[in-house]
Design a binder for this molecule. Structure first.
Ligand code: NAD
Ligand code: GLY
Length: 365
């Protein structure tokens, strides 16, 4: 059994920080002490994760003055209104501008707590303690924080880096299978955008990941974080290559917004979105038949949807995709594939091909 803690680094000059990945990290007081610079710590969690892990974290933080705020669970609560509960707790308990906000939960909690840390008294310290696979491999790293708007996913937010990420792989033991699969969508993404060798490893080790074998999971989390840290260090504010991390996301966000937040999980939208991006790339002649087949196969084996929901028409897709952070001057750009491990972000594709791809799914449904 894997018992050592791996430490990776996100290199961002003065704002560099470590990512700790290992077992039994939640209760390690010394880890928190190393990264919390003052007395007050507000733990932000939700009503599912708090009963499982809050006590363990608060015990490890016993030398600090702690508070906690427990938000309702779900993507549909990633709103300005619910976000305000964090400020209610901080102000009611007189937390000052040197305090630390600690996110204990999945990507929804991490995004909301991180954005609160960016905004409270114009910025306080922030620590990520991700408890889903998706959050451990993606959302806790890189400093994207924010909220949804009824008209668009993650449309309100800020770049705000944590002081450290503590990914305790033991927390994945309580995760539902559907949530594990959702995390695998983002893991597979790394293989596709830049890391072909990792993609082959994933094809060979997917069953071990689905069976939650700890060595396979630890390896996949660390390799994913390495990939992400490398891209974020090169392009923190997404002026260029960071957009590659959004493979499948323009289609996926449209699905999430279109069906109503929470009906499809984020990772499910990304899974179907990756297949849609692969289908368009194949239509453009950039992917071979066999590459496209391998991509759809691994998404399907992971237990993820490979097609969008039938209620979203091509016209609705186009409308929803026009509200995307990669849209510039009204022009839609997409992350597309030119091979396994080779991706580009481009607006330079024939829109008839996009329409034909969307229509292909209409026929399939
Ligand atoms: P989530 O936060 O909704 O968590 C999924 C579910 O698992 C929730 O019901 C949660 O309560 C539960 N849960 C969490 N940890 C658990 C545990 N250890 N045991 C049992 N249940 C547990 O969803 P997610 O998939 O973690 O994150 C998705 C969110 O992340 C989306 O809002 C997405 O936009 C965002 N995201 C952000 C980034 C970024 O870079 N900031 C990247 C990818 C995704
Ligand atoms: N999940 C996309 C990014 O962090 O840029």
């Amino acid at each position: 059994m894997e018992s050592t803690t791996q430490t990776l680094h996100v290199d961002l000059g003065k704002r560099s920080y470590p990512i700790y990945i290992g077992r039994d990290l939640l209760g390690k007081a010394e880890l928190y002490q190393r990264h919390i610079p003052s007395q007050q710590v507000m733990v932000v969690s939700n009503e599912t994760v708090a009963p499982l892990y809050l006590e363990q974290v608060l015990t490890a933080l016993k030398d600090f003055q702690t508070g906690s705020v427990i938000l309702p669970d779900g993507e549909k609560f990633k709103t300005l209104e619910v976000w305000n509960h964090i400020f209610d707790a901080l102000l009611a308990q007189h937390f000052d501008r040197r305090c630390t906000i600690l996110a204990l939960g999945g990507g929804v909690i991490g995004d909301m707590a991180g954005f609160a840390a960016a905004a409270y008294q114009r910025g306080v310290h922030f620590i990520q303690v991700p408890t889903t696979l998706l959050a451990q491999v993606d959302s806790s790293v890189g400093g994207k924080t924010g909220l949804n708007h009824a008209l668009g996913k993650n449309m309100i937010g800020a770049f705000y880096q944590p002081r450290c990420v503590i990914a305790d792989t033991d927390t994945l033991n309580t995760l539902e299978d559907r949530q594990l699969a959702a995390g695998l969508a983002e893991v597979i993404k790394y293989g596709l955008i830049t890391d072909a060798e990792f993609f082959v490893w994933l094809e060979e080790n997917l069953d071990a990941l689905l069976n939650r074998e700890i060595q396979a999971l630890s390896y996949a989390i660390a390799r994913s974080c390495q990939n992400k840290a490398h891209i974020v260090a090169a392009d923190e504010l997404e002026a260029g290559q960071r957009a590659l991390l959004n493979l499948g996301h323009t289609f996926g966000h449209a699905i999430e917004t279109g069906v109503g937040y929470g009906d499809w999980l984020h990772g499910e939208g990304v899974g179907a979105g990756i297949c849609m991006a692969a289908t368009l790339s194949h239509r453009l002649g950039w992917l071979t038949d066999s590459e496209k087949r391998r991509i759809v196969e691994i998404i399907e084996r992971a237990g993820l949807p490979v097609e969008p929901p039938s209620q979203l028409t091509p016209e609705r897709f186009i409308e929803l995709m026009s509200v995307d952070k990669k849209v510039l001057d009204g022009h839609l750009r997409l992350v597309l594939l030119q091979g396994i491990g080779k991706s580009i972000v481009t607006g330079d594709f024939n829109h008839n091909d996009l329409n034909a791809t969307l229509n292909e799914y209409r026929r399939a449904n």
